[in-house]
Write a protein that binds this ligand. Structure first.
Ligand code: GLN
Length: 484
């Protein structure tokens, strides 16, 4: 069962080969047995999971099942889920049990999906290695001495280790695509505004976007069909007609124009990663696509601009954690100000504090024009670069991450090195575009992800390009050894 795609699981449930309760038990048993080695989950609650699975079986018996009814999903611990601890990887929310469901959870529940547990993540989604979590690092199922990527590292490791058939993630600067690449998964960050941010704990609101992490493009399409949709409670949610993201999966790729940005193919990318990317492009040419060189001249400014804008927004979003309303409160303090200071000093980890300091600085009087406003101008230039490139091509391709999964601790004490892990993904968030990571081979036994970037609302086309590639290759079917 653990090798089945979402579609195959759905068929097995429909045919009565397995019940939702049995399927949930199978995964819960694997989690109990194997997750101590991976640490992909922060919370599992078998009683809650099995209650939902029983309800899904009852719904199926009434003939009311949809494509995801009865399917267990791992939910990133950034999504508020009623009655579940929702920690966002932080001590600050270590005792927080959500009184309501995020839009994504609501939509998954309405589809009859079952919550298998809440997955580990970098604290408040700040990180590229899942080492900043208050609940300990996640280990990469391909090599447990290595990071799974971040911040959705728990979700990625859970799916890669067969501890969930698929999972949700969020991507502010690469947090779906980078862990997908490092764990041999398919991940999709949708166009900004396609998936509601309601109840998704805010990091950098103008960049945050939820999306699926799964084992194939087809599975991503099925999950996105449930996650996406207009929501009046998120002011940046887009009111567009509902789409079937799986509608174009089978379209032939003949004539597809693939743009290769010069800036993605220069220095800075490991040779083993680049070899896989080149091989993938050769495969696309065999499938009938053509490649053209394009330019994204402001690419080099993406990381610096991001590390002004994201911390600025984070410093504002995280001001709500004050020990008064909910979450952690320092046990001992002198007066109100001291309570705030101690609560935040004890409740936040180092990386979060670093972002709050940077964000507060770049927004302060005298520095706002020099940093924040400049970064916003660069953001516009980057979006214009992409618009110009998409006049010459349909899809942009390149590496997702400049390296394969690195060793635990390797970059943890060097923030700049860590920030550079997202060099190929961050510009996509600044522009609000959709992007995907797709398994494209291995370098020294570690997975490599090809990145696909499309114009606004081109999710169906990206999924199509990924699906046709996955029909011609079997990289995405490979699983790490030793986890049976
Ligand atoms: N690594 C980036 C950061 O730390 C992106 C994280 C994300 O996408 N949530 O900000």
């Amino acid at each position: 069962m653990i090798d089945k795609t979402l579609k195959q699981l759905s068929q097995a449930l429909a045919a009565g080969e397995i019940s939702s309760v049995e399927l949930a038990r199978l995964y819960l048993d694997r989690i109990a047995r194997l997750d101590p080695r991976i640490n992909a989950y922060i919370t599992v609650d078998p009683e809650k999971t099995l209650a939902q699975a029983r309800a899904a079986d009852a719904r199926r018996a009434e003939g009311q099942a949809g494509p995801l009814t009865g399917i267990p999903l791992a939910q990133k611990d950034i999504f508020c889920a009623e009655g579940w601890p929702t920690t966002c990887g932080s001590r600050m929310l270590g005792n927080f049990v959500s009184p309501y469901d995020a839009a994504v959870i609501e939509r998954c529940n309405a589809a009859g999906a079952v919550i298998l547990g809440k997955t580990n993540m970098d604290e408040f989604a700040m990180g590229s290695s899942n080492e900043t979590s208050h609940f300990g690092p996640v280990r990469n199922p391909w090599d447990t001495g290595r990071v799974p990527g971040g911040s959705s590292g728990g979700s990625a490791a859970a799916v890669a280790a067969g501890l969930a058939p698929a999972a949700t993630g969020t991507d502010t600067g690469g947090s779906i695509r980078q862990p997908a690449a490092m764990c041999n998964l398919t991940g999709l960050k949708p166009t900004y505004g396609v998936v509601s941010r309601y109840g998704m704990i805010a990091y950098a609101s103008s960049l945050d976007q939820g999306g699926p992490l799964a084992r194939s493009a087809e599975d991503c399409a099925l999950l996105l069909n449930v996650m996406a949709g207009f929501d009046a409670r998120d002011s940046t949610s887009l009111d567009r007609p509902a789409e079937d993201y799986a509608r174009d999966l089978e379209k032939p790729l003949a004539g597809l124009r693939i743009g290769l940005p010069r800036e993605f193919f220069g220095d800075g990318c490991d040779a083993g990663v680049m070899r896989c990317v080149e091989d993938a492009l050769a495969e696309y040419r065999k499938l009938g696509a053509e490649t053209v060189e394009v330019g994204l001249p402001n690419m080099k400014l993406a990381v610096p601009a991001y590390y002004v804008i994201a911390p600025a927004e984070a410093s504002s979003n995280l001001s709500r954690y004050d020990g008064v309303r909910y979450g952690y409160r320092a046990p001992a303090y002198a007066d109100l100000n001291d309570m705030y200071a101690r609560t935040r000093a004890q409740g936040f980890g180092d990386e979060v504090k670093r972002r709050i300091l940077i964000g507060t600085y770049v927004l302060s009087h005298g520095y706002y024009d020099a940093y924040y406003l400049q970064a916003q101008r660069i953001r516009r230039l980057i979006a214009e670069d992409f618009a110009a490139a998409f006049e010459q091509c349909d899809v942009i391709m390149g590496p997702t991450s400049p390296s394969t999964a690195f060793r635990l601790g390797e970059k943890a004490s060097d923030p700049v090195q860590m920030y550079l892990s997202d060099i190929y993904t961050i510009a996509v968030n600044l522009a609000g575009l959709p992007g995907m990571a797709v398994p494209a081979g291995f370098a020294d036994g570690l997975p490599v992800g090809l990145q696909l970037i499309g114009g606004y609302f081109s999710e169906a086309r990206l999924l199509n390009a990924a699906h046709r590639y996955q029909q011609a290759t079997d990289w995405h079917l490979r699983r790490p050894a030793g986890l049976d």
